[in-house]
Write a protein that binds this ligand. Sequence first.
Ligand code: ADP
Ligand code: MG
Ligand code: ZN
Length: 606
Amino acid sequence: MDKRTSFNLWFVVVAIGFLFAFQYFYEQSQRVEPIPYSRFEEYVAQDRIAELEVTESRIVGRLRDPREGERAYFSTYRVDPELAQKLSGHDVVVYGATDHSAIGTVLSWVLPVFLFFGIWLFLMRRLSKNMGGGLMSIGKSKAKIYVEQDTKTTFADVAGVDEAKAELEEIVEFLKDRQRYGRLGARLPKGILLVGPPGTGKTLLARAVAGEAGVAFLSISGSEFVEMFVGVGAARVRDLFEQARKLAPCIIFIDELDALGRARGAAGMAGGHDEKEQTLNQLLVELDGFDAGEGIVLLGATNRPEVLDPALLRAGRFDRQVLVDRPDKIGRVAILAVHSKGIRLAPQVDLEKVAELTPGFTGADLANLCNEAALVATRHGREAVAFEDFEAAVERMIAGLEKRNRLLNRKERRVVAYHELGHALVALSLPGVDPVQKVSIIPRGIGALGYTLQRPTEDRFLMSTEELENKMAVLLAGRAAEKIVFSEISTGAADDLQKVTDIARAMVARFGMDERVGQAALESETGRFLGSPMEGGGRRYGEDTAREIDIAVRDRIDKAFAKAMAILETRRDEMDALASKLLEQETLSAAELPPPTPAKQQAEAA
Ligand code: ADP
Ligand code: MG
Ligand code: ZN
């Protein structure tokens, strides 16, 4: 008998019990007729009463010979304390009794308590049964640690994320040949965090690492650690690492790391909070306690790296991050090739054309697309999947994806392309700003719509006024480009503006770089938060100065914007050419961008 039917049976039993009890009490109440005291006196006077039971407050009696329609038993509240006198001479048998209250009260309290206790016990039993094991076995991990001894997935199954694959290649080498790495004393990073939007193949990659290296693959999802009882999650973490030690060499993969690695102290649900903290602490302890020499490699995956507790990302923990991004067009072709292996393609289908239709699609979307296309083809009774089937499938999927805000429409793509090129071209024209590595209009899911990757060439400790001004111009160039090309601006620059404002304000109020305000540090680095007027007036300057600061900040921003505008206006043609290339390819590498201007090169060489 499974749980469900046994539950239903219980329910029926209880319900029937209630019915019987109800009926009994109902009948009882029907047998005894409540009557007014005056009627009782009449009965006495007419000698109609055979028996009486008298308590301090009630009288219950039986009639000698009830008439038609009358009940034999009656009850009434006792009103007259001189009852006995009245009764004498009427031939009534009188019993004295105490009120039922004593036993009645006890019963009326005890019975429900027992009843509730019973119900509670019953529910608890069911609950713990559902959780697989009674309360006693909480510590024992029934955590769903999925162990795969022999993973069939290989790197060949993962396409379009070549950079991430290259980074993970090293781990595979290490797991395959630990002696070689050990000999030179090389240490591998213990924990590698795969970061990227959902569906880009993070889980797939982790599994492929295990498959390539031929080691066991232990996986668990962060959300499974989140438990009702404090301490269970921590026990699971301990268990996980214990198992891993037995299976080494192996890979531990923690999916959805953000579910358990959320920054401590951040607002969380009441109650679940302590538990999460304990689990996270245990994870940190375990991370510190093992050494890659044991042959255990830890992989984590998240699409929200920004919420992770910084302690998790410290050296010796998840200290290496691998970006698993949405694929560009070439990547999409490769992914489509992987997933169309399983379906029968018409020979004239050009996957490159399909890739063109699907900017912003993730690996999972593309896998889904292949399946959808096959379904459409089947419905049309075709022998093989044709290009039109892909088109139809894309159309069907796009609506849903757009709703989830993951795809840009044509106009948006153009705006983003010009915006990003604006950043890039100004960065290439001004000395002292970091060189551009890559421009992309593939939405990142995490914040920005497109991005321009600038890598700092060297660690900078000092920056001159001019360098800061140039940096601001680069940040504002996105919006400047939009203004030049579309003569309107969009909301896409909010993040840029935030950064620009921070820099401008720091120049004026922190670094003393503005003549009008003077060389005074009016704010400290954190001062803007700690000393904000809301916090009790920690501001060390008056209204006039505050106004001056605001004006100076605005002035600086306006100047930087004008600078960006001037550069972009002279490079407009170049920008148009690059934009159409960017729209087609979705990414432009440093080599595909124009070289830094001679002025920039000279200034930087000096
Ligand atoms: P994530 O863990 O990043 O959310 P998954 O690894 O679970 O994504 O991907 C889900 C599915 O989508 C995979 O099983 C695979 O079929 C497909 N997929 C995703 N990314 C890729 C890729 N880069 N190459 C091939 N298939 C992919
Ligand atoms: Mg996943
Ligand atoms: Zn921007």
